[in-house]
Design a protein around this ligand. Structure first.
Ligand code: SAH
Length: 401
């Protein structure tokens, strides 16, 4: 059997440490010699300065992350069989951690943490929605789609939502549209812990829904009975529906997007929840929280789930002020013995820093509070131990005196 010659990428001396630890990224600064005549997304063998074979990776000439590892096993070829095996592993994990009677929507592939850098696949009922974020994933798109369709014969269609900014860093244009099978309907209805949601996979955020908050919606529900709740950064009302179904007495949903709140209204209605108990406020959460504080409004339960404030390391200071501001206002708005669910989905903000910001916010608001529980992303968004960057969502349940 003849093996194709794989171009080699050679690292600078002493730059192999992270790869030996199985971290999948090779930064441009670590590269001594890149192969000359290859296309973006092609497979390269990564060698240490001394010539030792380290990994097989996808080459990204335009990105600061110059290559992303497919495999650390020299005998493994990067071909249709490789993608099929990785998808099978990812599917196996989901089958073992999710109960199909609880939900029919989950993340099937979570990029690096599933050994498939640049690939996100979410399943909503009978449809799959994919994001191809890197040149490596882009190159293998047809192979991946074919493997997905074969592995999940009960799926009706596969849709692409690669309209994300990170593709620019790879020199890739945004793309959306049908990849295989039938066109998805305008809204795909999913069930999660007994609640129904309608997912707009064409225009919704990410691939349509915040699946990573599934377990945290259940935690909110567990604290919701009889509560007057403020659901800040509500999007399509996931936390609100979970809370109302669990007996919340009143919910105020705040979001900047009128379209997202329209869908939240629909979610309240399709779940047969009483809409007289629900308010919707379209606007800026920072100013609305301030208005509520000025007006002396108070809540038993507040959820703060802002968008990613930290886009780059340089943003951290400014973003920290933003997190502190909303958390300080939320602490001011809590009734005695009230509960705050506060989140950050910024991967660049560490858990320690987030906890410190929330502590400072409570101090400034003059509230004594304890942490009842640390929260994170649902387990269908796993984190490879060798890839701590995969752990991006963090949250705290805090109880004030
Ligand atoms: N909690 C939601 C997800 C929130 S995503 C869920 O579980 O489904 C963040 C949301 O914040 C988005 O819906 C976005 O429209 C909204 N948003 C962004 N900036 C905002 C601002 N300044 N004020 C209010 N909402 C904002």
């Amino acid at each position: 059997m003849t093996h194709p010659i794989i171009p080699t990428l050679i690292l600078k001396p002493k730059r192999e440490k992270s790869l030996v630890g199985r971290h999948p990224w090779i930064f441009s600064g670590a590269v001594n010699r890149a192969p000359g005549d290859i296309q973006a997304g092609d497979t390269v063998d990564v060698l240490a300065a001394g010539g030792r074979w380290l990994a097989r990776a996808a080459y990204s000439p335009r990105s600061q992350i110059r290559a992303r590892v497919w495999t650390f096993d020299r005998s493994e070829a990067i071909d249709a069989g490789f993608f099929d095996r990785q998808l099978q592993r990812a599917l196996c994990l989901r089958k073992s951690i999710l109960d199909p009677s609880e939900t029919n929507a989950f993340r099937l592939v979570s990029a690096e943490s599933d050994g498939l850098p640049g690939l996100i696949v979410d399943r909503y009922d009978r449809w799959l929605v994919c994001q191809f974020l890197t040149t490596g994933a882009e190159k293998w798109k047809a192979t991946i789609v074919e493997a997905l369709a074969r592995r999940m014969p009960d799926c009706k269609g596969i849709f692409e939502r690669s309209d994300v900014d990170v593709r620019k860093k790879e020199g890739l244009k945004p793309v959306t549209g049908k990849l295989w099978g039938d066109d998805p309907p305008d809204h795909i209805e999913i069930v999660e812990n007994g609640c129904h949601y309608r997912i707009d996979v064409r225009k919704g955020h990410k691939t349509g829904f915040y699946l990573d908050q599934r377990d945290n919606r259940a935690w909110v529900a567990a604290h919701a009975a009889g509560a007057e709740m403020l659901n800040c950064f509500a999007y399509t009302g996931g936390f609100a529906v979970a809370a109302l179904a669990a007996g919340a007495a009143w919910v105020v949903n705040v979001d900047a997007s009128a379209g997202a709140l329209d869908l939240a209204r629909e979610h309240v209605s399709i779940n047969d929840l009483n809409d007289r108990w629900v308010e919707y406020e379209t606007g800026d959460a920072f100013s609305l929280l301030r208005q509520y504080a000025d007006a002396g409004r108070h809540f038993d339960l507040i959820v703060l789930d802002p968008p990613k404030f930290v886009k780059s390391k340089g943003d951290l200071m400014r973003a920290s002020r933003g997190y502190k501001d909303i958390n300080r206002l939320a602490f001011m708005l809590l009734k005695p013995k009230g509960t705050l669910f506060t989140f950050s989905c910024s991967g660049l903000m560490g858990r320690d820093l987030f906890q410190k910001i929330v502590a400072d916010a409570a101090l400034d608001a003059g509230r004594r509070a304890v942490i009842l529980r640390w929260l994170s992303q649902a387990p269908d968004h796993p984190t490879a131990l060798s890839f701590p960057e995969g752990s991006y969502l963090k949250g705290l349940i805090c109880r004030v005196d």
